[in-house]
Design a protein around this ligand. Structure first.
Ligand code: NAD
Length: 557
């Protein structure tokens, strides 16, 4: 399909292409045990060397073993090396090819999607040292690369998805049409539709070929291919949770967020990138706080002095190479990490100002990368007090929660009363539906919103719609209590200091504060001042007249 330097890239059947491409000399295959098992007929027709599995095998020890085996086999400068496997095999084969007896010819048959669209093309080969990725390596092109989508049928779903991360990366860098094509399909279709898969492989490969052809030795332009990789490498170094492709997906989402924060990428595009990762079974969230990853990022080989080259998406299909000071990068990431949980009180006087508060809350949740949100309240039915509630609670709620029985007639009164405040329940339902559609975990804290929501969805249905119900024991108490907030934080897996509470009730503000959360007091200036005089700290004073930008500014201070 294309040519990079002296290397030709083919898409098609290995069985048909290989006989035409192999030179008439001794051929030694380098592969791993999985490929040998899944594609034994192909491997066993050549002399072969089997290397270890996984990233930990991509090291100097493996290189030494391969050199020794080649020497034992009597391989000389006329021997042709054929790497058949994933990126580990192609990187090792390329390195050996570039260095064994000062260099021998080699070719690749990539067998993972990741190796097809990325690792096997471009002539870069590297091995890891002391846990740092690709610290030593070579630039040398294989004679040929054969990409045969049929060879991917034996690949696990997880490895297939990992390759898709590099496909998505290629689309974000330079191919908006490929991005749209992926948006219009899904994981299962791509796994089973060979023709579509070949098209996708071809398009992603084309991006890589074009970039490499313009800058073979990574002097400038080629750096765009590192989109998301600085963070991905740091993730791979610090945790074994994600494989390379998965780490790239998280890296992509992370740089999209950085670009958005620097106002280089629209929020809509950030979300499209995240949504596409989710669509193809890829993770989008960092496995641990970025602060822990910064140490590894500092050692990243792309660091030049105190500046870090970071490739940032500026649109779907366009990127920019930005040199940021290390402090700047740190600050962007640190800010992102400071707040992880949101608790939004959905009752009381909030309903008066619901549209704006709701919007602010949603915007903030989005800015956080849609982490978690948790409507929480301690009272029933908004501004109606407990007496009204106990006078109107419907039978089924009372049965369920052990409250006093009251008549259908009272329930009707309740509904009528409630109708005036229907925004409250509607808003909450909308918020949950919106959050869930974007993959946000959504918990109901305390009884109030649960009861409200059960008026829309019956109990079982509600349980399907939320991720959990936290503060059931507060049903009889009705009083905002620090325990409610602590339990909520616990359920979200965040510490209170990492959590922001949006609260209007003085008792709620105090309770959130006592729990150690940062509180956005949705109250009048006088109330907030009085609270501050009472010694309540951590309050973001008065929400009145505040813009979303100024709110963010204050929260991240
Ligand atoms: N040189 C480059 O330009 C470049 C670019 C991108 C990635 N890489 C490197 O590639 C490596 C990751 O490559 P990878 O994701 O292909 O990993 P990999 O080589 O470890 O392959 C993943 C797993 O799939 C198995 N496998 C491979 N093909 C299979 C098949 N057809 N059927 C069943 N199982 C199969 C392998 O045995 C392995 O267990 C990383 O080290 C990364 O740094 C290099």
């Amino acid at each position: 399909m294309g040519e990079v330097a002296n290397s030709r890239v083919y898409i098609g059947s290995v069985e048909q292409l290989l006989p035409q491409l192999l030179p008439k000399c001794r051929v030694i295959v380098i592969t791993d045990s999985n490929i040998d098992r899944c594609h034994h007929a192909l491997i066993s027709s050549y002399e072969h060397i089997i290397i270890g599995l996984g990233e930990q095998a991509k090291n100097l020890t493996t290189l030494e073993k391969v050199y020794t085996q080649l020497m034992d086999m009597g391989a000389d400068r006329s021997t042709f090396l054929l790497g058949i496997g994933g990126g580990i095999v192609t990187d090792i084969t390329g390195f050996v090819g570039a260095t064994y007896m000062r260099g021998v010819d080699f070719g690749f048959i990539p067998t993972t999607l990741l190796a097809m669209v990325d690792a096997s093309v471009g002539g870069k080969n590297g091995v890891n040292i002391g846990g740092f990725k690709n610290m030593v390596g070579t630039f040398l092109q294989p004679n040929f690369v054969i990409c045969d989508a049929a060879k991917l049928s034996t690949l696990s779903d997880r490895e297939f998805a990992a390759g898709l991360a590099e496909v998505i990366k290629a689309a974000v860098i330079a191919d908006a049409q490929l991005f749209e094509l992926l948006e219009s399909s899904d994981f299962d279709t791509l796994r089973t539709d060979g023709e579509l898969l070949s098209r996708v492989v071809e398009a992603a490969l084309q991006v890589k070929i074009d970039v490499v052809a313009a800058d073979e030795r990574e002097r400038g332009l080629r750096r765009v291919l590192n989109l998301g990789h600085t963070i991905a490498h740091a993730i791979e170094k610090s945790t074994r949770v994600y494989n390379h492709g998965e780490a790239v997906a998280v890296g992509l989402c992370c740089v999209a967020e950085v670009a958005e924060r620097l106002e280089k990428l629209s929020k809509a595009d950030t979300l499209r990138i995240k949504d596409l990762c989710v669509r193809y079974n890829l993770p989008t969230e960092l496995p641990e706080p970025i602060t822990k990853l910064l140490k590894a990022i500092r050692k990243d080989k792309k660091r030049e002095g105190d500046n870090l080259h970071l490739i940032l998406p500026t649109a779907i299909g366009a990127v920019e190479d930005l040199s940021l000071s290390f402090d700047e990068v740190e600050n962007v990431f640190k800010k992102r990490d400071m707040i992880k949980g949101l608790i939004f009180d959905m009752d009381g006087t909030l309903i008066q100002n619901m549209p704006y508060h709701m919007k602010a809350f949603n915007v903030l949740a989005e800015r956080l990368g849609y982490q978690m949100l948790q409507p929480v309240t301690n009272k029933f039915y908004g501004r109606h007090n407990d007496e009204i509630f106990s006078a109107i609670a419907p039978q089924w709620i009372i049965d369920k929660y052990g409250l006093q029985y009251l008549s259908d007639e009272k329930e009707a009164i309740y509904r009528e009363l409630y109708a005036g405040n229907v925004r409250l329940t509607d808003g909450l339902a909308e918020l949950i539906a919106d959050a869930k559609s974007k993959g946000v975990k959504c918990y109901i804290g305390s009884a109030g919103p649960r009861v409200n929501l059960e008026l829309i969805w019956n109990g079982a249905e509600l349980d399907d719609k939320i991720d959990g119900y936290i503060c059931g024991d507060d049903i009889v108490n009705f009083k905002p209590h620090p325990e409610v907030f602590l339990k909520s934080c616990e359920a979200m897996g965040v510490s209170p200091e990492e959590c922001v509470v949006f609260e209007d009730a003085i008792s709620g503000i105090k309770a959130g504060w006592a729990a150690g959360c940062k509180v956005v007091a949705l109250s009048t200036t006088a109330t907030v001042e009085a609270l501050a005089a009472d010694g309540v700290e951590h309050i973001v004073p008065n929400f009145e007249g505040m813009t979303i930008a100024s709110l963010e500014e204050m929260l991240y201070k």
